[in-house]
Design a protein around this ligand. Sequence first.
Ligand code: COA
Length: 327
Amino acid sequence: MPLSQTHAIAILGTGSHVPERIVTNDDLAKLVNTSDEWIHTRTGIRERRLAGPGETTTSLALGAARAALADAQLEASAIDLLIVATCTPDLPMPATACLVQTALGLPATTACFDLNAACTGFVYALDTAWALLASGRYRHALIIGAEKMSSAIDWSDRTTCVLFGDGAGAAVLGPAPSGSGIVATKLGAIPGTSDLLLIPGGGSSPLAPGAPRHIQMKGKEVFKFAVRAMDEVCRDLLTPLGLAPQDVALVVPHQANLRIIHAIAEYLELPHDRFFANVDRYGNTSAASIPLALDEARRAGRLKRGDLILLVAFGAGLTCGGALVRW
Ligand code: COA
């Protein structure tokens, strides 16, 4: 197929999978000096899911992948492109995507790789898969956001441990039924902001061996960046197409903090109920957050055929990105 020929590509199915173990704010208050009142007022979070023994990023990814394939009514063997967005892979190598490939029984002709754009990872994966499918070089993509954030948390640090959770979400992409499809995407990253949100240790940097392998964050600065960047991404997606925020039926934002979601709603002059939110039950599941929310929105009947859906995220990097999808 010539590269110049492009094809309309849609999300054909979604799925998600979370650990069974629920950890409430009151549970965390037994671990660190915090309270349900503090956490809920500052973030909107009430509880999160944490992986139990034997649960891994790969096992969570697999659960979400199987559910997405079932929703798309597609055999696993139809997938020829598999991308796992994660910043908590089981291993430095091989890629989590290869572990998922083997477990799903995908053929040797499947392109498999991981992608790390932290919490913006799923949107980066969507954009990448869209480009590869639209070029005609691949036909069906499985994109997964999966995280075991509990493995990257310092459980004695109350400023971060209350914010994150484990989980996975997935989407199957392929040729679009007429009228539907991905309309536009936008990715970005702000130079010079890597010190605002990072895991200093565990990498190959000379500084890494002795450095903590846990998330460190300048919360207030990240908050301000997040609101500004996500507002900008939404406008950059809508304005060139002659669209206004009011034309969007549902925004599915990264689930980091309900106050961030409400701040974007104010900026875009949209009512809060135009934003899907499940951060109260899962906390911030990083790359899993958007596909997990998207899947819940679909199952709740919030995505109607023909609706314009806006996905928007930010994360470590600092990265940001969005996608406009005609459902
Ligand atoms: N329980 C109780 N007190 C806590 C606490 C906790 N879990 N975590 C921090 N505090 C304390 C702080 O130590 C501080 O105390 P001090 O005033 O004595 O120094 C006080 O609460 C206020 O902290 P502050 O940082 O001003 O709170 P905040 O209103 O900015 O909320 C965040 C903190 C982290 C919830 C908020 O900044 C945020 O959500 N930022 C974005 C983070 C994010 O989304 N990261 C992921 C990006 S993908």
